[in-house]
Design a binder for this molecule. Sequence first.
Ligand SMILES: Cc1ncc(COP(=O)(O)O)c(C=O)c1O
Length: 362
Amino acid sequence: MTAVAEPMTAVHPGGRPSKAMANPGHGDAFTDHMVTAYWTREAGWGPARLGALENLTIHPGMIGLHYAQVVFEGLKAFVQADGSIAAFRPRANAARFARSAARLAMPEVGEAMFLRAVEDVVRADADWLHDNPRHTLYLRPLLYASENNLMLRASNEYTFLMMAFLAGGFFGDAVEPVRVLVSRDFTRAVPGGTGNVKCAANYGPSLLAQRQAHEAGCAQVVWLDAAEHRYVEEMGGMNLFFVRGSGSSATLVTPQLTGTLLPGNTRSSLLTIAGLEGHAVSEERITVDQWRAECAAGTITEVFACGTAAVVTPVGAVRDRDGDFAIGDGAMGPITKKLRTALLDIQHGRRPDPDNWLHPIC
Ligand SMILES: Cc1ncc(COP(=O)(O)O)c(C=O)c1O
């Protein structure tokens, strides 16, 4: 069959670029609206207004650009079984956004303003979703220091934005197991640092390690702890789970939150879901040597990564300085598949919501 290239000018009947609608990828199919609010030290927060997504005009001496006083979030809205749209656990994102802001000496966006911004953008851009219910709206709240001043101090002015893009799959549409590289050259987070919050400055420095992973034929990088370089922490922008054993007696382990890992909302959701599915769950420290040995012994049968963007993605193989190894037979295992399905079913309202995770919008 010959693939016929779509003309670049093709537009969806609703005015959307049809390429984006067919395969939105992850990150550039921006929707039409954003919410903007400004904070000043004298007046606090002004009104949060919905408007068109448009370019920003910024001064070259803006604090956020120079000193990385910038935090962000990532959450999704899903089409429900009945055709309505709901956001998944936006209160958890609001709480983490506030913690991130506090860590960077920034003013917090209150939960009510955060939720309202989510609702406004989703309502305004809901029609982006209805063509393909497998697509999601990925919402990106951003808070940055917007005062123009190059003195190294906390800004006296901040801007809050809530934008969105249409998302397909993070690793493409198919759920294929990924190969990952254990980073031995770089560290993501240090005790007392910012690893447990979502600030922009955590991500720029991770990109060289990510490039090394790609050069080694891997999709992602696995981070080890900064002090001993032994304990597995997390993976790129995702948390990790290890499955020990199989069937109904399988147990799940995820690295303990030591202060240098980001406490993922997907991680916390899966801990609950796995428990509801009858699996014992624990949060432990696990070394990369233990990971390799338990895979060789067949104790660890499956490993998966999880996050808002990646949902649940199986890890099939690990590349490491001390020897590469495979996980199980390298394919997606049954526990990974079951938990991925359960999570997506809850997010799409196809299975009971265990704890008011869904926030209905329109
Ligand atoms: C470093 C890091 N770890 C883990 C996660 C997963 O978090 P969540 O499940 O809340 O998306 C993310 C994504 O936000 C991340 O950036």
